[in-house]
Write a protein that binds this ligand. Structure first.
Ligand code: ADE
Length: 238
């Protein structure tokens, strides 16, 4: 069963965009996932087809209308497919959520524009607000592309051998170890000797060690999480 992506947006022409090329584009052409980019404005009801209005209480910018968004959601909902809204107010996206979404039937994604979305929409519909990081984009569309890209590469048959996964960054809760390739000598720098030793156990140990060191130094937040997860793990790895 193919992974069904629905995107609710004021700019459907932004899709598939980068998801139409390379890995994701090939998978789309092969029917491993589908994409429906829905124009929110098609669900507007007044003669100006308005989708936004001025903020209650005053202030700059415009707010997306709950009634129009609800009509778009209700008119496109697929049973069992979770509905997400991309917004900087959402829960930070992590690989674990991506993996769970990729294992499901698909995802519907509401892309915010303007200053935000009428809060009553989140009270009247089951919507998971998701952020892709602590910075502000001009709209949720590029964030939706990021989320979909992360899901699609995990779909069965999309990535082939490289997708075995558990060695990767974040799958293990660590940054990935650094990579090298030929030439053996570049600008006076060599490839670490162990990687040329043919000793697979030693190579594995070096990679784990580098992943741990680099995570501790670069991402103390991830390191703390990794250590905490190990202590609490029922398998008792410590
Ligand atoms: N829309 C605007 N900024 C965003 C962010 N950081 N994450 C998700 N959606 C957004």
């Amino acid at each position: 069963m193919m992974f069904q992506a629905t995107v609710l947006t004021l700019y459907p022409e932004m899709f598939p965009g980068p998801l139409g090329i390379s890995l994701a584009g090939r998978a789309l052409a092969e029917g491993k996932w589908s994409l429906d980019a829905v124009q929110i404005r098609d669900y507007a009801t007044d003669k100006h087809r308005s989708v936004d209005d001025t903020p209650a209480g005053g202030g700059a910018g415009m707010v997306m209308r709950a009634d129009v968004l609800a009509a778009a959601i209700d008119g496109t909902a697929k049973p069992g497919v979770p509905l997400l809204a991309m917004t900087p107010r959402g829960r930070p996206l992590r690989q674990e959520r991506v993996r769970t979404l990729a294992e499901g039937p698909g995802v519907a994604i509401l892309c915010g524009r303007f200053e935000g979305i009428d809060q009553r929409l989140f009270e009247g519909r089951e919507i998971e607000e998701v952020s892709i990081g602590d910075y502000v984009l001009s709209g949720g569309e590029t964030a939706a592309i990021v989320l979909l890209d992360a899901c699609i590469r995990l779909l069965p048959g999309v990535m082939g051998a490289a997708s075995s996964g558990d060695e990767e960054s974040f799958e293990a809760g660590l940054l990935e170890y650094p990579h090298y390739t030929r030439p053996q000598m570049w600008e006076g720098r060599t490839i670490p000797e162990v990687l040329r030793s043919g000793d697979h156990a030693a190579i594995k140990a070096w990679r784990v060690s580098r992943a741990e060191i680099d995570t501790r130094l670069r991402r103390p937040d991830l390191w703390e999480r990794h250590i905490g997860a190990r202590v609490q793990s029922p398998s008792g790895a410590r």
